[in-house]
Ligand binder design. Structure first.
Ligand SMILES: [Zn+2]
Length: 230
């Protein structure tokens, strides 16, 4: 059997990856939105059919910012990562229609990113994470986010930071499409789907008091309208 040169394999893999999401329409984008914005996929695992019939599932609400963001970057001086954080924050804030300023005063900020010289954080009872976000919300409205990035995990830090920033904008995990909050994709930057989800989540036609059924119908309209001009 003839062995393909490595370069051909790379081209083949890229071609397949390109095909994977080329045919995605508003229905799949809405399924993605349901997972990331309405938390139907905790930890990236789909919710069971039985759970989907409960009132609590139907009543799930969106979570998002209603105020402008004041960013503080603190901890270790890591110019590359700080630039990455600013880039992702700037991109997502613009998509969300939120103002974004930066302050040296951590107390004056509502979105804090801290770079720490450590490997892991204890994120839950039995869970360790190389970065995590502590998110505070009231009635579906986010009001304070603190992201910790452990600097000893080389190679994944940009992904880690993008992942936590997306949490900080109100998105949770998914396994529906390529995304920085999908554990199957170790991308450095938010994907097209992440950006569409953020733009949809912050569209003024959606409000944080709408339940899942009402909100998803509107999200589908928004995605149908905006998908092509992305
Ligand atoms: Zn996460």
């Amino acid at each position: 059997m003839k062995i393909l040169p490595a370069a051909c394999l790379v081209v083949l893999v890229l071609a397949l990856a390109g095909c994977q999401t080329a045919g995605v329409g508003p229905d799949q984008a809405t399924t993605f939105f349901n997972e990331v914005a309405y938390r139907s996929s905790p930890g990236g695992h789909p919710v069971s059919l039985a759970a989907r019939t409960t009132e609590a599932y139907r009543q799930a609400k969106l979570r998002r910012w209603e105020s402008d963001l004041v960013l503080h970057l603190g901890g270790a001086a890591v110019p590359d990562l700080r630039a990455h954080g600013r880039r992702v924050m700037g991109d997502l804030a613009a998509l969300a229609g939120l103002g974004l300023t930066e302050t040296d005063d951590a107390e004056a900020a509502n979105f804090v990113i801290l770079f720490e010289d450590r490997q892991q954080f204890l994120a839950g009872v039995a869970e360790r994470a190389s970065c995590y976000a502590h998110i505070r919300a009231r009635g579906g409205v986010l009001h304070h986010v603190e992201i910790h990035v452990g600097l000893r995990n080389e190679g994944l830090l940009k992904h880690c930071l993008s992942h936590e920033i997306l949490h900080g904008f109100g998105l949770v995990h998914t396994n529906a499409l390529p995304s920085a909050v999908n554990y199957a994709y170790w991308v450095d930057l938010p994907t097209r789907w992440d950006r569409l989800a953020v733009r949809t989540l912050y569209d003024r036609r959606l409000t944080v008091d709408m339940d899942r059924i009402e909100g998803l119908a509107i999200a589908h309209d928004i995605l149908t309208e905006t998908m092509d001009d992305d």
